[in-house]
Design a protein around this ligand. Sequence first.
Ligand code: GTP
Ligand code: MG
Length: 360
Amino acid sequence: MKVRRYYVQDMKEGMLRIRKELGPEAVIIQSRKVRRRGLRGLFSPRQVEITAAVGSPQSPEPAEQANGTGLQEKIQKEIGEVRMMVNRLLSRDHMPKESRNQEEEELEKWRLLLQQQDVFSELIEKLLEEIKAEFCGEVQLTKEIIGLVLRQKIRKILKVEPEKSAAIQVFVGPTGVGKTTTLAKLAARYAFYHSERVGIITIDHYRIGAVEQLRTYADIASLPLEVAVSPGELNRALEKLSGCQRILIDTAGRSTLNIPHIQELGGYLQNLPPAEIFMVVSATTKARDLNLICENFRSIKCNRLIITKIDETDAHGALLNSVYLSGLPVIYLATGQNVPEDLCLADIEKMSALILGEAE
Ligand SMILES: Nc1nc2c(ncn2[C@@H]2O[C@H](COP(=O)(O)OP(=O)(O)OP(=O)(O)O)[C@@H](O)[C@H]2O)c(=O)[nH]1
Ligand SMILES: [Mg+2]
C-alpha cells in the first residue's frame, strides 16, 4: 500500500494530482487546511494538505484465482483494515519522529521471526525494504501493520495451483526427499479413489533397493511396474503402459552438486510427451541449500512443486523459499509417511500461517 501526502491550493488540484499519481483506486484518508512551513508560510495563504492511499488490489495472480474469490475478499478486507489503522494513526496526528526507533524495533522483531523460520535472507530484506518504502515514512509502522502487510506480500509470492492431474507425472528432486513415497500416495489415490488404470515406471536403478521399494507399493495396489535403464527403455515402457490412464514415473534422487547426474536425468526426460514434472523438495531443507537445488535442477524444466516433510520441522521458510527461488507453483504438501493419507493440496492460507509461525 502507498500512502502519500499532498500540499495543494485546493481540493480540485489535489484530486487531479492524486488521480494522476496514485490512480483511480486511491482513497483520501484525510484533508485539512495548513500553513506552509517556515517564515514564508506566515505570509502566504493556507494550503490544503491531503493524505491519500492506494492499496495494491491489482488484478489477482493466477495462484490467488486458483484459491478462489474467498481469498481475494479476505485480502481486500485486510487492506481495508490497514487503511483504517492508517487513518486512525494519521487522524491522531501521530506522525513519527521519535517513533522512528520504535518502528525499527518492530521491523527487527519481524526480521528475527522470518530468520527463525529460515526464510531466504535476501527475501527477508526485500520484503522489509518494500514495506518501508511503500509507507514512505508517512505512517508509523506498528507490529500489526507490518504483520498485515507482510502476510499480504507473502500470499502474493506463494503460488498455488489446483491439481492438473496430467496423464504422465514425473517426480524429480534431491535424494531422500520423499519422491517415491509421494508417487505411491498419488498412485494409490488415483487407483482407489478414482478407479483409474494407473501404471508406474521407475528409472531409479542406481540405489540398492529402489526398485523393490516401488514394487512393494505397486504390488499392494496391484499396479503394473516397469523398470527403464535408458531413455530408449523409458519410451518402450511408456508404450507398454499406453493402456493406462495415468503413468507415474519415479526417478533417482540426485545430489544437488552432481551436475552430470542431473544432466543425465534431463536426458531421460527430454523426449517425454507433455508431462507434469514435479520437483519434490523437503520442508526441512535449509534456505541456502534450496537456492542451490533450484539453481542446479533448473535444466530439468520442472513445472510444479511438491513440498514434503512439513511434519518434520517447525521452521517453515522452505514453503516460501521454494516458490520464490524456483518460480514454480506448489500443488501438494506431504505431511507424513503414511501412504496414501499424508498428502494434501497446497493452500495459501495454511502456508502463510505456517511461514509466519501462526499455525496451530
Ligand atoms: N516425516 C515424513 N517423512 C516422509 C515424508 N515423505 C517421505 N518420507 C520418508 O522419507 C524417507 C525417504 O522417502 P523416499 O520416498 O524413499 O524418498 P526418495 O526421494 O524417493 O529417496 P531417493 O529415491 O533415495 O532419492 C522415507 O522414510 C519416507 O517414509 C513426509 O512427508 N514426512
Ligand atoms: Mg526414491
